[in-house]
Write a protein that binds this ligand. Structure first.
Ligand SMILES: *Cc1c(COP(=O)(O)O)cnc(C)c1O
Length: 342
């Protein structure tokens, strides 16, 4: 067991959190004259600051305690709050791997935290000889592991992740934004074994709610209590909470869409492999494919001219383009365009 309080910024330990009207009186019944709300309208009341109904649905689905759940304004908030809870600006550091999701870097910079980046190997897995020495560095408070990794698409090796968890005394955040598409299970069960582990998931990808901005952190209740202390009081809107609850209750439609996306992904991969300009398709446990082509800049620009927008990752992975799996029709249009490239 790690002493979490030793990792938390001293000013956050001392922080007196904002006490909202709904913190001070929490019941659905009564005449509410306490929050300076407008008595008229349908969105006139502040939302539940702790998203209790949504957390109950998530708790049932994921088989975790409601107090092991934080709901954020997208995963972006889960990431940003981690820096604000654990890293002293200009002093502490964080660590991640490259190539990976760009928000860790941006969020670190905003918070004035140095982010160290260890290159992944050619299969986009950890090079543990490079990683190990950093695990004893006391100035590193956070490690971000993206699994499945964006932009490569692969799951990270589970035994390497457990090695990191067993040998690092800071906080480990595993970003599982794409886990619903993966062949292997989430590592969410490990939160009861490692009290320094945060599992981050989102409604933005497999749940189809990117516009609602709902991200989730699962962790030991002590870490969650610090998230609750630091978050803006009403960080997830009523509309977004309702949208997420509705999606969870409509599980069969989530499953159907997931099945279609995975089937389309297989089809897209087969069609891409038949094209001479595709040199390689990296194995993917996500809803996108990273493909290596002969000239990424040229192909990206050509596709834009055909109003097909992919993500040019040439700067991160030489001559690679990341393609999200679309509808059957969208994917077919992409393939047709690529067949007609000059
Ligand atoms: C898309 C994505 C997210 C989702 O972020 P939200 O803020 O929840 O929309 C998180 N992590 C990674 C690696 C992603 O690619």
């Amino acid at each position: 067991m790690i002493n979490i309080k030793n990792i938390v910024r001293p000013n956050i330990i001392e922080l007196q959190p904002y006490s909202s009207a709904r913190d001070e009186f929490n019941s659905k019944d009564g005449i509410f004259l306490d929050a300076n709300e407008n008595p008229f309208g349908s969105l006139n009341r502040y939302p539940d600051p702790y998203q209790k109904e949504l957390k109950q649905e998530l708790a049932n689905k994921k088989e975790v305690d409601t107090n092991a759940i934080f709901v954020g304004n997208g995963s972006d908030e889960v990431i940003d709050l981690a820096f604000r809870i654990f890293c002293r600006p200009g002093i502490d550091k964080a660590l991640t791997f490259s190539p990976t999701y760009g928000m860790y870097d941006v969020s670190a910079s905003i918070n004035n935290i140095a982010l160290l980046k260890i290159p992944l190997n050619k299969d986009f897995q950890f090079d543990m000889n490079m990683v190990s020495p950093y695990l004893n560095d006391k100035s590193i408070k956070l490690i971000f592991i993206c699994s499945p990794n964006n932009p490569s698409g692969n799951l990270m090796d589970k035994s390497d992740i457990e090695f990191i968890l067993n040998n690092f005394n800071g906080i480990v955040i595993i970003d599982e934004a794409y886990i619903d598409f993966a062949e292997k299970e989430s590592l969410i069960n490990l939160i009861s074994k490692y009290n320094n582990l945060v599992i981050s998931q989102t409604f933005s990808k497999a749940w189809g709610l990117a516009a609602a901005r709902v991200g989730i952190a699962y962790a030991n209740k002590e870490i969650i209590s610090f998230y609750n202390k630091v978050k803006p009081p009403y960080n997830v809107s009523e509309l977004s909470q309702k949208a997420a609850i509705k999606a969870l209750k409509n599980y069969s439609s989530y499953q159907e869409n997931l099945k279609i996306i995975l089937k389309e992904k297989k089809q897209l991969k087969n069609n891409l492999l038949e094209l001479d300009l595709v040199k390689k398709i990296y194995p993917s446990d996500a809803n996108f494919l990273l493909i290596e082509v002969d000239n990424a800049d040229k192909i990206y620009t050509f596709l834009v001219s055909k109003q097909i927008i992919t993500r040019n990752r040439n700067k991160q992975v030489s001559n690679c383009i990341r393609i999200s799996v679309g509808t059957s029709e969208e994917n077919q249009k992409l393939i047709t365009a690529l067949k007609n490239i000059l």
